[in-house]
Design a protein around this ligand. Sequence first.
Ligand SMILES: [Ca+2]
Ligand SMILES: [Ca+2]
Ligand SMILES: [Ca+2]
Length: 136
Amino acid sequence: MKLTLSTAMAAAVLAASAVLAPASAGHRDCTAEMAYLNPDHDGTIDWREARRAAVRLFYKLDPDRDGTLDMNEVRGRVGILSFARFNPDRDGTLDKHEWLALVKHRFHRANPDKDGTIDCRELHSLAGRKLLRVLM
Ligand SMILES: [Ca+2]
Ligand SMILES: [Ca+2]
Ligand SMILES: [Ca+2]
């Protein structure tokens, strides 16, 4: 009886892990993001790497090359409240300095252990995904 019970439990645990394993494995796969954001291949994104990606994205989002991003150019990446918060001069655009302040804020929010780097797990947190939207 005891054997049957533990066998049943083992089966249940196996079934549960079979369901969970692929989901969590997929959840933590950062291969594509890291290939782009982690050129030194140390498994984490430091601020230098994040900043470089953010600058690259800034120029990509600024096709008219006027050196600023307006609300349309950052649609889907920056909400209206964030935009207002990081646009202290209220000129309707984010210049590179304002953009990087926003990115840096998101970088710190995505790094709760304050070790200076974003690892794969942090990148897939809610704050990490918000950071990702202003990096690539
Ligand atoms: Ca790195
Ligand atoms: Ca501005
Ligand atoms: Ca970290």
